[in-house]
Write a protein that binds this ligand. Structure first.
Ligand code: KG4
Ligand code: ZN
Length: 345
């Protein structure tokens, strides 16, 4: 039998409020990176903006009518027919249970009807693999994953080999952005809006807390920052545009400095060959700039995905599935359930 030339994966992501589908194609053996043939996404940000944050039941209900048209869109943009797909990959967790269930049930049903193997993928691992889109990664790699639900430093010694070095003890960095943005009256999702506002403000206007910065560990903490922003906001009778921009810039500065302090500590301790940034907060311009500066100071290679691969998307799910398949570190399973607490291992 002739060797199979390429591997085509249909990937599905529904862990939070983005419905996403993508098609990835790559060689089953070669060392090169796979190609992202399509990356389709339907954001529910406007709907959840009305509530000031993601409402799990609303998110799940909105995934249902969107998921099949998005899969069709991803296939047509990739010019691939459903029957040509070799595997279906889907986010198993972590995330919102009702949202995850929509993706998992869709993938399992498609797998059953089309007799295609289904691959359960960890969302956090997928955020890490978004860094593999363009760059060649040398191991050991150190990854800073910063999203709305997670803030963690991970050491990756090889494909599929992850060690969590430190995590947040309370709020995630994205949560700190979103909660502070809400206090400033900005619409959801607040991170990007807060960083836009920060452009007109001074990062030195307020000395907001950077709680774990001096501690000799790799843990993070952001709940104190939100409280400090709250007390600053209520101190003023009226929030002028200048004051709002200063609070935004000072908040962003405190978050980015806290992240960088631990990243630099981990670089010194573990001497990685590559550093990678992932998760929705990795779309933040100041964080990207400081991350590159740190890589250059330490003379190590770095990888930061394009913003569309930082925030939730299905291409990263396909990439994680592809590398697991290529390294024979996954078994197809058409019976698994969504797992909102799935851990990275
Ligand atoms: O990875 P992601 O899309 O979803 C989760 O898995 O959580 O991350 C979403 C988070 C939100 O908290 C959002 O406000 C934040 O990423 N975010 C940003 C920016 N763009 C998205 N935070 C700061 N600056 C940005 N430009
Ligand atoms: Zn995410």
């Amino acid at each position: 039998m002739a060797a199979k030339k390429s591997l085509k994966i249909l990937a599905i992501e529904t862990s939070c409020d983005e419905t996403a589908a993508a098609v990835i194609e790559g060689s089953p053996r070669s060392e090169g990176n796979p190609r992202i043939k399509s990356n389709a996404l339907a954001s529910q940000a406007k709907i959840h903006g009305l509530f000031g944050g993601v409402v799990p039941e609303v998110a799940a209900r909105n995934h249902v009518p969107a998921i099949i048209p998005l899969i069709e869109l991803a296939l047509s943009q990739a010019k691939v027919k459903l029957k040509e797909i070799d595997y279906i990959a889907v986010t198993q967790g972590p995330g919102l249970i009702t949202s995850l269930m929509v993706g998992v049930e869709t993938a399992r049903t498609l797998g059953l009807v089309l007799r295609k193997p289904v691959l359960p993928i960890n969302h956090l691992e997928a955020h890490i693999y978004a860094s593999f889109v363009e760059k060649k990664i040398r191991f050991p790699a150190l990854i800073l994953t910063v999203s709305g639900g997670h803030t963690m430093l991970v050491l990756m010694k090889a494909h599929g080999n992850f060690k969590i070095l430190g995590e947040t003890l309370d709020d995630a960095a994205g949560e700190a952005f979103d909660k502070s943005a809400r206090l400033l009256g900005l619409s959801y999702p607040g991170g990007a809006n807060l960083s836009k506002l920060a452009r007109n403000g001074s990062p030195l206007a307020f000395d907001f807390p950077r709680p774990m910065i001096k501690k000799d560990n790799l843990s993070f903490s952001f709940s104190g920052l939100k409280t400090a922003v709250f007390y600053e906001v209520i101190k003023h009778k009226k929030l002028t545009a200048k004051l709002k921009a200063d609070i935004a810039a000072s908040t962003q500065q405190a978050i980015v400095e806290s992240l960088l302090a631990k990243l630099n500590k981990a670089i010194k301790k573990f001497r990685p060959k590559t550093i990678m940034l992932g998760g929705g907060v990795a779309a933040n311009k100041l964080l990207r700039k400081e991350f590159v500066k740190s890589a250059k100071n330490h003379k190590i290679r770095y990888s930061i995905p394009k913003p569309e691969y930082c925030t939730d998307n299905a291409a990263m799910i396909g990439l994680a599935a592809y590398y697991r398949l290529r390294n024979k570190k996954i078994k197809a399973d058409n019976r698994f359930d969504a797992d909102p607490q799935l851990v990275l291992k």
